[in-house]
Structure formats: structure tokens, C-alpha cells
Design a protein around this ligand. Structure first.
Ligand SMILES: *[C@@H]1O[C@H](CO)[C@@H](O)[C@H](O)[C@H]1NC(C)=O
Ligand SMILES: *[C@@H]1O[C@H](CO)[C@@H](O)[C@H](O)[C@H]1NC(C)=O
Ligand SMILES: *[C@@H]1O[C@H](CO)[C@@H](O)[C@H](O)[C@H]1NC(C)=O
Ligand SMILES: *[C@@H]1O[C@H](CO)[C@@H](O)[C@H](O)[C@H]1NC(C)=O
Ligand SMILES: *[C@@H]1O[C@H](CO)[C@@H](O)[C@H](O)[C@H]1NC(C)=O
Ligand SMILES: *[C@@H]1O[C@H](CO)[C@@H](O)[C@H](O)[C@H]1NC(C)=O
Ligand SMILES: *[C@@H]1O[C@H](CO)[C@@H](O)[C@H](O)[C@H]1NC(C)=O
Ligand SMILES: *[C@@H]1O[C@H](CO)[C@@H](O)[C@H](O)[C@H]1NC(C)=O
Ligand SMILES: *[C@@H]1O[C@H](CO)[C@@H](O)[C@H](O)[C@H]1NC(C)=O
Ligand SMILES: *[C@@H]1O[C@H](CO)[C@@H](O)[C@H](O)[C@H]1NC(C)=O
Ligand SMILES: *[C@@H]1O[C@H](CO)[C@@H](O)[C@H](O)[C@H]1NC(C)=O
Ligand SMILES: *[C@@H]1O[C@H](CO)[C@@H](O)[C@H](O)[C@H]1NC(C)=O
Length: 565
């Protein structure tokens, strides 16, 4: 990054005299050596997610509905609502909830907020913070619409963030047969996922969950009992003979397939090199991408092999919410089998040093049944597809604490034109005219650790704004770079004013948001200057970065494909 601007403009054969601005000592630095330190500054420690109202509002704007009852005698419905971001709780009652085939599709019954003893306290319709609407069709299902405004002050007590979200879902009702007049919800708690409407529009991305979690029969396997198929079993036991082609080794390889969920794990055990029959336990690796990004749970498969008897034991934990997503479970089961393998041995080595290579293969699938009851552990409601909380990314940072990280600040100036052609004297630096200003820039988030800043070079002048220049970006542009920017620099006050737009789509790939804001910062880092051929370049040390807050941030929906390559 040294001489980053000059490399664009100046002649390649220019020789630089590098001097330190502060102590005047002469030093010479190779640009390439400095360029590598880039990697170290970018590899900051990973930030832990900040849990609480703000994080939950961005990641899981949603409500739990529980204790829902529908009274057939008067068509009224009652249920309680918990906002998962704020823990706001209310009991709602809605009259005249039944619709008939002739009822218009947009006709819903308004719900009122009740006290815990079931009496009316305030009118939910009048209370703008929560709007609840319901329609019950054919005594079989209730469609609930919720919309709520709230604010979170867990990030900054004096500057709460206002949220607004809306969502709907249909809950199945189970009505008592015959004389009963009350119906209850089949699922409880019942989840209503919302779209964030404010401060930004976000349709949250939920996790896929581990393979097979919603496959019918997943949870039932715990009592069935569980079983696995072992496929493509390969066992090798060979002596190390002659030292030429074979080294002594003992290996087991096989595939384990969980019958309930179809999940396949690959097991490779490198057993004792001394070819002894010591039992060895090892972990098997999962199928495909079974742990991408947002997933909270991961299927785990542990194997134990006893070479003396060919007994293979599998111990697996998997996750199910096929019966009720509101009541997910983890299932841990284990089973073992003596594998019937077809072995062939060949003599290897020499008469003086005889060897032996034994290879054993499975002839068909080997079935393993669990040898004791599976362990079933309940998990938090809906946790299988809830996204894991992450450190603040682009979107949350833009709203909570928008800031740029600046580094590699460079000022180029021309010495007096009359002295061009000869090496300039140091006295001419004071009156030199700035020809270009540049810097490295990166939006500051809790997730920058593996990204790099982008180099910003001085582009064309901005029409109608004297001393303002368009940003020109270096080739290594990164997602946390500005989308567009312009800036002006005041040499006297060393103040940089940066007007920038940046785009975030980390929370919702389909709805990128374009943010705009202005940063005023003083470039006060120590600079080292070099003068050659009438050009003086001053550059701050590579490791000297600083964080400058962005003020007056505004945002709007960006074009869906704005970040497409
Ligand atoms: C549901 O009702 C039960 C029993 O009345 C009560 O203990 C529980 O707190 C209620 N749940 C909610 C979320 O209101
Ligand atoms: C909501 O309640 C849960 C469980 O009690 C707690 O962990 C969480 O911090 C609460 N959230 C807020 C915003 O109070
Ligand atoms: C329910 O609807 C009927 C007729 O549509 C009306 O007479 C009655 O007042 C309504 N009840 C409530 C509680 O709104
Ligand atoms: C609630 O408010 C709405 C509109 O403000 C009104 O139409 C409705 O009658 C009120 N319900 C009750 C139970 O007061
Ligand atoms: C209403 O529900 C009953 C059983 O619950 C079902 O047989 C009938 O087809 C349903 N009617 C409509 C219009 O959905
Ligand atoms: C909280 O917000 C106020 C007002 O915007 C600001 O002055 C203050 O610095 C913020 N506090 C923190 C800890 O960020
Ligand atoms: C219900 O939610 C879906 C998205 O889950 C949305 O597309 C639909 O417009 C919502 N319906 C209403 C009536 O709000
Ligand atoms: C492996 O092969 C060697 C040589 O034939 C034999 O001594 C050893 O017992 C074998 N190990 C096992 C676990 O079968
Ligand atoms: C299976 O693995 C789990 C977790 O590692 C462990 O708690 C359990 O004891 C193991 N069960 C058997 C039968 O090995
Ligand atoms: C066992 O392996 C041998 C050699 O590969 C083969 O000829 C034989 O058919 C196999 N036996 C069975 C039962 O598959
Ligand atoms: C090779 O080893 C196997 C098992 O360890 C044994 O059964 C077989 O007899 C041995 N073969 C020779 C040629 O030593
Ligand atoms: C002085 O230098 C600047 C840039 O270094 C150049 O654009 C300009 O043409 C020069 N003026 C003269 C009179 O040489």
C-alpha cells in the first residue's frame, strides 16, 4: 500500500528517499514488505454476538401463541401472545371469529387485550402497538395476523431503536367431539414468524436444520427402535514388508445410514499401526453440508471398532421436529453388531521376512439395531430452525453504530513546478499543493475479521462542489466497501469529510438496503513522507487504523441485483 497513489501515476523507475516526519531519521522501507502486514491487521479477534432485544428483533421478529381456545358456542377465541424479541406478553380475546364460505376473504375479527382473569382491559385496536386479527374457518383452523411496534434500548439507553413487524400463520384446531363446545390448538406453543417492517424491511432467513429433522418418522424412531445400515465396509490389515510398497497399517472404512432420516455418515478409522487388536473409537463425518452457517444443531456420529471380533458400535445423536416443530427433540441411540465380513489373505514379503495382507469386505448391507432405548432430550421450541445469533453484521451495525475504519491515509503533493526535474528541497514541502488524497476504507462490523479494506483513490472532481472528489476504488473491492462515495480534505485542519453510500444484504439477500451517511474525521495519524521528482508522498503507518462514526444515516430499499457481479 506504500505509495499507493503514486504507483498509479508516477514513473515506475522513480527512486524514493524515505524520511520519517517526526524524528527526521532516514529509513528505507520496501513497499512489498509493508503490503503483507495487511493480513495481520485484518485478522482481528472474532466478536461474540450481543444477545438481547436488538439482536432478537433483527433475527427472530416473531411471536409465540399459546393456550389457544375456541369456544364454538359464541365463536370467541382466546390465546396468549409472547413477543420473542421483547418478552411482551398479552392475553387476547376475539369475538365473532368464525367465517363462512360467504365471508369476504379480508374479513377478520379484531382481538382485544384481556387481563389474566379474562376481563377486557384495553382495546387492542385502539392500542396501536399490537394489532391482532383472527378468522376461524370450519372449526378446523384459525388464521392469526399479528402486527406490533416496539423499541429496544439494550444497545443504547438514550437512543432506543424502534421496530415494527407483522406476520401471520394458520393454527389447526382440535375440537372435542359431541357435546363439547371448546376447541384447542393442536400445536402449542405455536410460532408466528414476522417480517420486519421497521427500521428496515427484513424477511428473516431461518436455518435449514440438520438433515432429516422434519422427515416423517424421525422422532418415532426413538421408540421403533432405531436402526442403521452399514454399507461398503472395507477392512485392511497389512504388515509392513520390504519397506518398498506397503507400510504396516490397519484401517476400517464404512458408511453408516440412519434408517429413520436417511442420513449418511462416512467412518474412517485408522487403527493401531502395530496391528494389535486394540479397540479404537473415532468420529464419523457427516453427509454434505450438514452444518451451514445458521444451524444450531449438528448430527454427531461416533464409532467404536474392535478388530479382534469385528464388532462395530455406532452412537449417533440426531434432531427431530417432524411431529411438532414447537417441541423439537434430540435423539441419541447406540447399537452394535459383529460384522460378517468376507476376508481374503495373501502372503507378502520374502522368505526371510514374510508378510501378510488381509482384506475384508461386506457382502451386503449390515443392519445394526439399537441395543437399548434411545435417549430423547427436549429442545427449546422451534430451536431447530431458529438462526443462531451472530455478531452484528452490516445491517445491524448500520443502524446501531455506523462507522468506517480508515487506514493507509496518503497525501500526495507536488513541489514547486519550477524545481521539477531535480530533487526537491525539504523547504518546498510547506507550500506544496495537494494533488491527491487516498485511504483504505472498510465498514466497521462485528464480523470484519476475515475481510480486507478497499483502497480509495481520488477520482474526478464532483461538479458543483469545489474541492470534492469522487472515490475511485482499488481492484480488491470487498462487500464492506462503500458502494459509492465522495470526499474533501482540508489540509489546514487535516479534516476529511466523506459522504458515502453502502449496501447491506446480510440479513435478507432478496432485499438489499442502501445506506447513506457522512463522516467527518481528522487524519491525525503520524505520516511518513518521501519526495522524488517534485512529488511528495506522505503515508500513515499500515497498522494505524482509526474508527470514524457515520452521522445522519438514512436508508432505502436498493435494487435486488445491486450487488450482483
Ligand atoms: C397457559 O396456561 C397455563 C395453565 O393455565 C399457564 O400455566 C401458562 O402460563 C399459560 N401460558 C402462557 C404462555 O400464557
Ligand atoms: C426474555 O426472556 C428470556 C428467558 O427468560 C431471556 O433469556 C431474555 O433475555 C428475555 N429477553 C428480553 C428482551 O428481556
Ligand atoms: C357478533 O356478531 C353479531 C352479528 O353479526 C352481533 O350481533 C354481535 O354483537 C357481535 N358480537 C360481538 C361481541 O361483537
Ligand atoms: C375497540 O376499538 C374499535 C375501534 O377503535 C371499536 O370498533 C371496537 O368496538 C372496540 N372494541 C371494544 C370491545 O371496545
Ligand atoms: C370442514 O371440516 C370437515 C371435517 O372437519 C370436513 O369434512 C369438511 O370438508 C370441511 N369443509 C370445508 C369447506 O373445508
Ligand atoms: C447513545 O446515543 C446517544 C445519542 O445518539 C449518543 O450521544 C451516545 O454516545 C450513545 N451512547 C453510546 C454508548 O453509544
Ligand atoms: C401472511 O404471511 C405471508 C407470508 O408468510 C404473506 O405473504 C401474506 O401476505 C400474509 N397475509 C396477510 C393477510 O397478511
Ligand atoms: C493383522 O495381521 C497381522 C499379521 O498377519 C496379525 O499378526 C494381527 O493379529 C492382525 N491384527 C488383527 C487385529 O487382526
Ligand atoms: C453416546 O454418545 C453420547 C454423547 O457422546 C454419550 O453421552 C453416551 O453415553 C454414548 N452412549 C453409548 C451407549 O456409548
Ligand atoms: C468373498 O470374496 C471372494 C474373493 O473376492 C469371492 O470370490 C467370494 O465370492 C466372496 N464371497 C461372498 C460370499 O461374496
Ligand atoms: C494372514 O493373516 C490372517 C489373519 O491375521 C491369517 O488368518 C492368515 O492365515 C495369514 N496368512 C498368511 C499367509 O500368513
Ligand atoms: C504543475 O504541476 C501540476 C501537477 O504536478 C501540473 O498539473 C501542472 O501542469 C504544472 N504546471 C506547470 C506550469 O508546469
Amino acid at each position: 500500500m506504500l505509495a499507493r497513489l503514486a504507483l498509479l501515476a508516477a514513473a515506475a523507475e522513480a527512486t524514493f528517499l524515505v524520511s520519517s516526519e517526526r524524528d527526521g531519521k532516514l529509513e528505507y522501507k520496501l513497499p512489498l514488505v509493508l503490503a503483507t502486514s495487511h493480513v495481520e491487521t485484518a485478522a482481528a479477534a472474532a466478536a461474540a454476538p450481543t444477545l438481547g432485544c436488538t439482536t432478537s428483533s433483527f433475527s427472530v421478529p416473531s411471536w409465540f401463541v399459546s393456550n389457544l381456545t375456541f369456544d364454538m358456542s359464541d365463536s370467541s377465541i382466546m390465546f396468549s401472545v409472547v413477543n420473542r424479541a421483547t418478552n411482551y406478553t398479552a392475553i387476547l380475546g376475539c369475538a365473532n371469529a368464525t367465517v363462512t364460505p360467504s365471508t369476504p376473504a379480508n374479513r377478520y375479527s379484531h382481538c382485544d387485550i384481556l387481563t389474566t382473569d379474562g376481563t377486557l382491559t384495553r382495546n387492542a385496536t385502539a392500542d396501536k402497538s399490537l394489532l391482532a386479527l383472527v378468522r376461524v374457518s370450519n372449526r378446523t383452523s384459525a388464521n392469526i395476523l399479528l402486527s406490533q411496534d416496539w423499541s429496544c434500548n439494550d444497545r443504547n439507553l438514550t437512543r432506543p431503536i424502534k421496530f415494527s413487524a407483522a406476520g401471520n400463520n394458520t393454527v389447526a384446531l382440535q375440537c372435542a367431539g359431541g357435546t363439547g363446545t371448546e376447541c384447542t390448538a393442536v400445536d402449542g406453543p405455536f410460532l408466528i414468524r414476522g417480517d420486519l417492517v421497521a427500521p428496515v424491511h427484513i424477511h428473516p432467513e431461518y436455518a435449514e436444520g440438520p438433515i432429516g429433522h422434519s422427515k416423517a418418522g424421525c422422532a418415532a424412531a426413538a421408540t421403533t427402535p432405531p436402526s442403521w445400515a452399514l454399507q461398503s465396509v472395507y477392512y485392511l490389515n497389512q504388515t509392513g514388508d520390504n519397506g518398498a510398497t506397503a507400510i504396516s497399517s490397519q484401517t476400517l472404512m464404512l458408511q453408516v445410514i440412519n434408517h429413520a432420516i436417511g442420513y449418511q455418515a462416512g467412518c474412517t478409522g485408522f487403527l493401531s499401526d502395530d496391528l494389535s487388536s486394540k479397540p479404537v473409537s473415532f468420529a464419523c463425518s457427516g453427509q454434505g453440508y450438514d452444518f451451514v452457517g445458521k444451524d444450531r444443531y449438528r448430527i454427531q456420529t461416533q464409532a467404536l471398532f474392535e478388530p479382534a471380533t469385528f464388532r462395530f458400535t455406532v452412537n449417533q445423536t440426531w434432531y427431530c421436529d417432524d411431529v411438532d416443530a414447537g417441541k423439537p427433540v434430540s435423539i441419541t441411540a447406540s447399537g452394535s453388531v459383529v460384522m460378517p465380513l468376507n476376508c481374503t489373505s495373501v502372503a507378502t514379503g520374502t522368505a526371510a521376512a514374510p508378510g501378510n495382507k488381509t482384506t475384508c469386505l461386506s457382502v451386503s448391507d449390515i443392519i445394526v439395531k439399537a441395543d437399548k432405548a434411545a435417549t430423547v432430550v427436549p429442545l427449546p421450541p422451534y430451536s431447530i430452525t431458529d438462526p443462531l445469533p451472530t455478531p452484528d453484521g452490516c445491517t445491524v451495525s448500520s443502524i446501531v453504530s455506523p462507522a468506517w475504519t480508515l487506514s493507509s491515509f496518503e497525501i500526495d503533493s507536488s513541489a514547486d513546478n519550477k524545481t521539477a526535474g531535480s530533487s526537491s528541497s525539504s523547504s518546498s514541502n510547506a507550500t506544496a499543493d495537494i494533488t491527491a488524497v487516498g485511504f483504505d476504507l472498510q465498514f466497521t462490523t462485528g464480523t470484519n475479521e476475515f475481510t480486507y479494506p478497499v483502497s480509495v483513490y481520488q477520482g474526478p472532481a464532483v461538479a458543483g462542489k469545489p474541492q470534492w472528489f469522487q472515490c475511485k476504488f482499488g481492484p480488491d473491492e470487498e462487500p464492506l466497501a462503500p458502494f459509492d462515495c465522495s470526499y474533501t480534505y482540508n489540509a489546514t485542519s487535516r479534516q476529511l469529510t466523506l459522504a458515502a453510500d453502502w449496501i447491506c444484504n446480510d440479513l435478507d439477500r432478496d432485499h438489499p438496503i442502501q445506506f447513506s451517511g457522512t463522516t467527518v474525521t481528522v487524519a491525525s495519524k503520524r505520516m511518513s513522507c518521501a519526495t522524488a521528482r517534485g512529488q511528495t508522498q506522505c503515508l500513515s503507518a499500515e497498522t494505524d487504523s482509526w474508527v470514524a462514526p457515520i452521522a445522519n444515516v438514512t436508508w432505502r430499499a436498493a435494487d435486488k441485483n445491486v450487488l450482483a457481479p
